[in-house]
Design a protein around this ligand. Structure first.
Ligand SMILES: C[S@@+](CC[C@H](N)C(=O)[O-])C[C@H]1O[C@@H](n2cnc3c(N)ncnc32)[C@H](O)[C@@H]1O
Length: 514
């Protein structure tokens, strides 16, 4: 630990990640679904976006590359994060993103805050419950100074009571890790192994909690030690209740409006009939959310707040939803009409959804136009349900289609990301392909970014055998065969989507203009 880190991990950098829940279009959607006016995030209007605790800055860069008219500012106190982010942004020649090295505990009072623009949208992903009370208070003062009237704030955090049963697990992970290793990524790894040994030894406080067992199960899959360090090893780590976050952010004149996970804005998709009946006994959102947090097993909340809530009538809300343009993130033949949701299974009735998915297969469409198609008109007139399910299952996203342009920043960023990030040495949490043509990003697995980079660089001269040998470097025939299958499947299922999203030109390679 360094002194300037004030108990936050600073000796290893974080993992690279893009999280769609931070997108202004999804944050605005959360507002509108809850009958609150959103912001103009789906237009070419200039928008000021501020990310606090940006890590390696990849998410901020994706937002900037998708939306050249936006002004993106991203802050982190770790100079190693800021230096890496600036280098990547420079290489991708992104002109509308700026990275600032500053401590959130004191930035509001620091003269350099004068250079931080007032923001329409602020996002804090993975920060709030990982830093100390002092930093949280500094964040609130900064939000009070920098959120525009009518602006939106996204805050993700580890929620209580879900994390309650994991308090012991985190404490043991930290204490054991610190005694068994020195660098914090090694501490995280050693601490996790120790907790796993406790599970194997049937320690009651580990095995009796389905939440902890689920966490440990998830952490078995090739978890980057850097993630473990930043997730578990910070001195300020402290999950909290939604109502306490609401009370803290009220100091910045922020009011809670909903969730940036679209599904969570629908009670019928989140809670059972009996659980919903309990909500009806109260008329305050904080009580509804407390009950919801008692019912759900999910540990991470993705809250959306607004400064100056403007309520919409049903007609105004439906009008705003009708204006949204959607694009599919997959081919129509791979669309899933059934999805697991917290309340069970959601079925998208084929009679209504199939014509919509078919139409979206031809290209982006406005929700208003989809609902006016003769095949669906009169069957249902609820744009909220349509958007909630399509976007909530990540099978479609709100987009701003634009004509092709030379030298699109999204293509530049994807090319640099594929070269610099998609390597075995770079710990990755989640990546994306940025589309300036759609004003939005496709969330993809790391292997898809790797293959995208290869297709792009090959300029039509594809050699699947050579690529399979790179993906599976050991001379193992079975491994190579599997790698070739994965490559073949990505090319067949994903390349057409890349084309539709304007990531590849007609010849199958990214435009090299500029
Ligand atoms: C868990 S990481 C999340 C990073 C990024 N938002 C993401 O989701 O990938 C938390 C980030 O907050 C930064 N951070 C922690 N304390 C800070 C402080 N006092 N001031 C500025 N940044 C801070 C860390 O350096 C780290 O990059």
């Amino acid at each position: 630990m360094t002194r300037w880190g004030a108990g936050y991990v600073t000796d290893v950098t974080y993992t690279t990640g893009y999280y769609r829940q931070q997108s202004p279009s999804l944050l605005s959607l959360a507002c509108v679904l809850n009958k609150i006016a959103g912001i103009d995030a789906l237009d070419d209007a200039p928008l000021s976006y501020l990310e606090l605790g940006c890590g390696l800055g990849y998410s901020a860069m994706v937002q900037a590359a998708c939306n050249p008219a936006w002004q993106v500012t991203a802050v982190d106190f770790n100079p190693a994060h800021i230096a890496a982010a600036r280098a990547l942004a420079r290489e991708a020649r992104l002109a509308n993103v700026r990275f600032v090295e500053a401590d959130l505990a004191s930035l509001a009072e620091d003269p350099q805050s004068a250079a931080i623009p007032v923001a329409d949208v602020v996002s804090l992903h993975g920060v709030w419950t990982w830093v100390t009370d002092d930093v949280r208070r500094g964040i609130v003062r900064l939000l009070r100074a920098k959120v525009r009237t009518g602006g939106i704030v996204h805050v993700s955090y580890n929620a209580l009571p879900a994390w309650q049963s994991a308090l012991g697990m985190q404490r043991v992970l930290v204490e054991a890790g610190r005694r068994l290793a020195t660098r914090s990524d090694r501490q995280g790894h050693a601490g996790l192994q120790f907790v796993q040994s406790l599970l194997s030894a049937e320690a009651g406080q580990v095995k009796s909690s389905p939440f902890v067992v689920g966490l440990l199960e998830g952490l078995k899959q090739a978890t980057a030690p850097e993630y473990l360090a930043h997730e578990y090893m910070n001195e300020g780590w402290k999950p909290c209740f939604h109502m306490d976050v609401v009370a803290d952010l009220a100091e910045a004149k922020l009011e809670w409006v909903g969730s940036s996970q679209p599904i969570e804005n629908f009670r019928q998709l989140t809670l059972t009939d009996a659980q919903r009946a309990l909500l009806d006994r109260f008329d305050e959102p904080v009580m509804w959310e407390l009950i919801k947090d008692m019912c759900l097993a999910r540990g991470l909340r993705q809250d959306v707040f607004a400064r100056g809530v403007r309520r919409l009538t049903n007609a105004e809300r439906n009008d705003a939803l009708g204006d949204i343009t959607l694009a599919l993130t997959r081919l129509p033949e791979h669309f899933h009409y059934e999805a697991s949701v917290p309340a069970g299974k959601a079925t998208m009735e084929a009679k209504f959804y199939q014509p919509i998915v078919t139409a979206l297969g031809e290209g982006p469409r406005r929700v208003r136009d989809l609902l006016a198609m003769p095949e669906v008109v009169g069957r249902r007139d609820n744009p909220a349900e349509l958007i909630g399910l399509l976007v909530g299952t990540d099978q479609a996203v709100p987009v701003t289609p634009r004509p092709p342009a030379a030298d699109e920043p999204g293509m530049r960023l994807n090319r640099v990301a594929a070269k610099r990030l998609a390597t075995t040495e770079t710990p990755i949490s989640a990546v994306a392909l940025a589309s300036t043509r759609m004003g939005a990003a496709l969330t993809v697995p790391a292997v898809e970014l790797i293959v995208f980079g290869k297709v792009d660089a090959a300029a039509g001269r594809e050699d699947l055998d050579a690529w399979a040998a790179e993906l599976a470097p050991q001379p193992d025939e079975e491994e190579r065969k599997r790698a070739r299958e994965v490559l073949g499947r990505i090319l067949e299922e994903r390349r057409p989507v890349w084309r539709r999203w304007g990531l590849l030109d007609e010849a199958g390679t990214a435009s090299r203009a500029g």
